[in-house]
Write a protein that binds this ligand. Structure first.
Ligand code: AMP
Length: 185
């Protein structure tokens, strides 16, 4: 299965992606985690994008698309994957669709975790992961960036017919049960 786990910052994409990964044995690919790891290891990519992540802005499309294209070539993703944090703009979604088409593959589901803005801010500020972009000012920027640049991706996938809304309020287990219901259908 090829799955996109979509949603605003703080919606629980990473947590749910890890649960799907474990139960369905499909590897997850998180662009945010890849970027944070590049920064931590001070790779050329990490040095280039550190200020962007710290500010809560988006890494340029071309950089993200190239990184994901290369990462997905790993044979562990041959039978499927869960994308967490990608695509985050319409050009990224289009580039990804092109890739699928070129390889004769299809997306199984686009799962959209839906959570109101007030709840997102609360969740991020209380999660205590020590991320440099988890301060109130940065979260505000990330939510603005989400609404302006990322939310249009929803409409793009609604048109493709693979969009599934998941109520993202409740416990981790409750939310996961909703995801499972969609995936098992
Ligand atoms: P995340 O862990 O998904 O919240 O991502 C953390 C940060 O990484 C974001 O605020 C962006 O700066 C950057 N990032 C992650 N994925 C993308 C993407 N698909 N496009 C652009 N920037 C991204």
């Amino acid at each position: 299965m090829r799955i996109i786990l979509f949603g605003p910052p703080g919606a629980g994409k990473g947590t749910q992606a890890k649960l799907i990964e474990k139960e369905y044995n499909i590897p997850q690919l998180s662009t945010g985690e890849m970027f944070r790891s590049a920064i931590k290891n001070q790779t050329p990519l990490g040095i280039k994008i550190k200020d962007i992540l710290d500010a809560g802005k988006l890494v340029p499309d071309q950089t993200v698309v190239e990184l994901v294209e290369e990462a997905l070539n790993d044979e562990k993703f041959l039978n499927g994957y869960i994308l967490d944090g990608f695509p985050r703009t319409v050009p990224q979604a289009k580039a990804f669709e092109e890739r699928l088409k070129k390889n004769g593959k299809k997306l199984h589901s686009f799962l959209s975790l839906e959570v109101p803005d007030e709840e997102l801010m609360k969740r991020i500020l209380s999660r205590g992961e020590g991320r440099a972009d988890d301060t109130p000012e940065k979260v505000k920027v990330r939510l603005e960036v989400y609404n302006e640049e990322t939310a249009p991706v929803l409409n793009y996938y609604k048109q493709q017919g693979v969009y599934r809304a998941i109520d993202g309020l409740g416990t981790i287990e409750e939310i996961y049960a909703r995801i499972k219901k969609v995936l098992d259908n």
